[in-house]
Design a protein around this ligand. Structure first.
Ligand SMILES: O=c1[nH]cnc2c1ncn2[C@@H]1O[C@H](CO)[C@@H](O)[C@H]1O
Ligand SMILES: [Zn+2]
Length: 357
């Protein structure tokens, strides 16, 4: 019997790729816009607004997809709004059965009314603390630098400054084509010298050169999306696969792929769930993880991403546990803490679901 959406919601899940400014509740956007006088929302009806985000994000282009963030970022410019959005994020993830999450956002985008980068980070950390308390979830924060801007070194330093109080890593995001990761090489080299962890959005809207740079020039610990790694894999008619040197390196080194199936359909990175590279990459035992990217824009959740994969690929509980353990192994928190979650929470949780009458 394949796992149902309701059962999947009860499974202990791990989420490594989720944007804070891509996961707001529509009601909250409307409230915050009213409070801060933001008057550019396409509609102030929460139901219509939710639908607007989903449709506007479904353009087949990453650049157009990213335009919708003007509205979420636009209402996240005060300490109170950042605390609220982060607290609700933790609550929503916990309600979906996520036990460990790494949520990312770009501090540099939240300073238009005068907050300092430190104040922005402190507000978000406070919100995650409030929203996680007593809900059986742990939330780590990733600080993102925008790849078209030139503040990555500052943001990398910010991530190191807050590493002991909830920030677990660093990322770059934004339009990929025209903005290769090597533009930010100084930031990545600094993080490596500081023994800090980072992931890079690569191989989503641009191909193998972006993935190659992220890994071999910048030293990324994980890849955000990384779907285009399939351009370096050829599959014969009998199903046997031949890996090129880069794909082989990614698999041999167990470099985690933060895959986000629904988001990829919207930005045109994959044609359908059934044809999504995740099917092949899972079969070839790449270290694949399953993520939401932007729950608002994609109208999704961790459970829904899993449910779609179950439907398209016939995955069972063992597959879902494999994705989940992969994600926990790939988290940026210390090894002993990852192990404790795998053995103390994830394996017992899945065992209970697998053996229920
Ligand atoms: O899938 C994606 N690819 C690249 N950039 C993204 C994606 N989703 C969101 N952002 C960008 O990351 C910023 C910080 O969270 C968002 O404001 C958005 O511009
Ligand atoms: Zn992303």
């Amino acid at each position: 019997m394949s796992p149902t959406l309701d059962e999947i919601r009860r499974a202990p899940k791990v989420l490594l790729h989720d944007h804070l400014d891509g996961g707001l509740r529509a009601e909250t956007i409307v409230d915050l816009a009213r409070e801060c006088g933001y008057d550019r929302l396409p509609t102030t009806d929460p139901g219509n607004l939710r639908q607007w985000f989903e449709e506007a994000s479904d353009s087949g282009s990453l650049e157009r997809y990213l335009e919708t963030f003007d509205h979420t970022v636009g209402v996240m410019q005060t300490r109170e709004s950042l605390v609220r959005v982060a607290a609700e994020c933790a609550e929503d993830l916990a309600a979906d059965g996520v036990v460990y999450a790494e949520v990312r956002f770009a501090p540099e985008q939240h300073t238009t009314t005068g907050l300092s980068l430190d104040q922005v980070v402190e507000a978000v950390l406070e919100g995650f603390r409030i929203g996680s308390e007593g809900r059986g979830i742990r939330v780590g924060t990733l600080l993102t630098a925008m790849r078209h801007m030139a503040r990555s070194m500052e943001i990398a330093e910010l991530a190191v400054r807050y590493r002991d109080v909830g920030v677990v890593g660093f990322d770059i995001a934004g339009a990929e084509a025209g903005y290769p990761p090597t533009r930010h090489l100084d930031a990545f080299e600094y993080l490596q010298r500081e023994n800090a962890h980072f992931t890079i959005h690569a191989g989503e809207a641009f191909g193998l050169p972006s993935i190659w740079q992220a890994i071999q020039w910048c030293g990324a610990d994980r890849l955000g999306h990384g779907v285009r790694i399939i351009d370096d894999i050829s599959v014969a008619e009998d199903g046997t696969a031949k890996l090129g040197r880069l794909a082989a390196y990614v698999r041999d080194k167990r470099i985690p792929l933060e895959m986000c199936p629904t988001s990829n359909l919207q930005t045109g990175a994959a044609p359908s769930i059934a044809e999504h590279p995740i099917g092949l990459l899972r079969r070839l035992h790449f270290r694949v993880t399953v993520n939401t990217d932007n729950r608002l824009m994609s109208s999704t959740s961790s459970s829904m991403e899993f449910a779609k994969l179950v439907e398209a690929f016939g995955y069972d509980w063992d597959d879902l546990q494999w994705f989940t353990v992969n994600a926990m192994k790939s988290a940026f928190i210390p090894f002993d803490e990852r192990l404790a979650l795998i053995n103390g929470v994830i394996k017992p949780g899945f065992a209970q679901l697998k053996w229920q009458p």
